[in-house]
Write a protein that binds this ligand. Structure first.
Ligand code: ADP
Ligand code: MG
Length: 329
């Protein structure tokens, strides 16, 4: 290990990890060849990993602190969609050069979110190379209680949290000559750079939701994964998709036809899409209301395979192809 690498690890990650609230389940954290972690009794380990590549997963305009936040947030979002509680994380960082201001801001974005959910940074790797950040999160759930993609049943109601399309719209605005100032633009840009993992609702999902997924690639694509894994179909009410006030302010021109479909197609919002048996929906609504998290029913699961989109008048709406990845390459 080179001295420079050691001092980066120590200064920006090991020291900060030591100053996190200590977790008793971290037997050995940063500093040895591997971390040693104690899984709570009768719990299953839940793991997720995601890589962010500069220019692919975040635009050049993104601040270092938002990159640190997002690298962890996208993983926490995966755990939220399983109903799991995050415990530990590792961080593999590939950096083109040592930029102290960048590292300071990156670590602050990462640790601020980690501390909010008591996630301990227990290890990682630091190398020179094109800017790439890989975060792995480990969490726990009571054995057998995880919420899978495969549990949706005909008659279940489909819900989404928060609002959809904001992050995708922000990316569109940044990539085109579209509005790039003002309060509404600030609001959607915040959604793109600072996604909020819906962990607090995630903890309440076991026993309530029949299936769940976090929306990273767009509702049509991600709901499609639930449909496929559950061997069911769905009806989606496109006029009822929750759109933020900022989204509605910016997409108010009928000529922006392509933008109207963003709540269906755009990724990066990291909201949850949930399916719920009707007798559990009041409890789910109450759980979301107690967190002040908007929750909207956007459709229902049907036995017939395929996704059918319709407008308020019941007319068929031509759904953009599932799996179409507008904002990823
Ligand atoms: P090794 O050569 O054994 O892989 P490293 O020099 O890569 O050791 O890492 C030394 C210690 O620092 C290990 O405990 C490793 O997990 C930790 N570490 C390295 N990079 C990071 C990082 N970016 N964030 C957190 N911990 C890190
Ligand atoms: Mg190493």
């Amino acid at each position: 290990m080179a001295d420079a690498e050691f001092s980066i690890i120590e200064r920006y990650f090991a020291a900060r990890a030591r100053s996190q609230a200590p977790r008793e389940d971290v037997v050995v954290g940063i500093g040895d060849d591997a971390a040693i972690l104690q899984l709570p009794a009768a719990q299953q380990l839940v793991m997720a990993v995601d890589t962010l590549v500069a220019g692919v997963h975040f635009p050049a305009q993104a601040s270092a602190s938002s990159i640190g936040h997002k690298a962890l947030a996208v993983n926490l979002s995966d755990l939220a969609a399983m109903g799991a509680r995050p415990l530990w994380a590792t961080l593999a960082l590939s950096l083109p050069a040592v930029d102290h201001a960048w590292l300071e801001a990156f670590a602050s974005g990462f640790f601020t979110l980690a501390e909010r959910y008591q996630v301990a940074l227990v290890g990682g790797d630091t190398t020179r190379g094109p800017l790439t950040i890989t975060v792995q999160v480990c969490g726990a759930i009571t054995a057998g209680r995880a919420v899978l993609r495969s549990g949706a049943r005909p008659g279940d109601q489909i819900f989404v949290t928060g609002s959809l399309g904001d992050a995708g719209l922000a990316l569109q605005c940044l990539q085109t000559a579209a509005p790039s100032a003002g309060q509404a633009f600030e609001a959607i840009t915040q959604r793109l750079h600072w996604p909020e993992p819906r962990l607090d609702l995630g903890y309440r999902l076991p026993g309530l939701a029949s299936a769940a997924i976090d929306i990273s690639d767009g509702l049509v694509a991600d709901l499609g994964h639930i449909l496929q894994r559950s061997a069911v179909g769905a009806r989606l009410w496109v006029d009822r998709l929750p759109r933020s006030a900022a989204f509605q302010t910016l997409v108010n021109d009928p000529l922006q036809a392509a933008w109207h479909a963003l709540p269906l197609t755009a990724g990066d919002d990291y909201e949850l899409c949930l399916t719920v048996a009707p007798h559990h929906s009041a409890d789910l609504r109450a759980a979301a209301a107690s967190l002040s998290l908007p929750l909207t029913q956007v459709g229902e699961i049907e036995a017939r395979p395929g996704l059918r989109c319709q407008d308020e008048a019941g007319r068929a709406y031509n759904c953009p192809a599932a799996g179409y990845q507008h904002f990823r390459s």
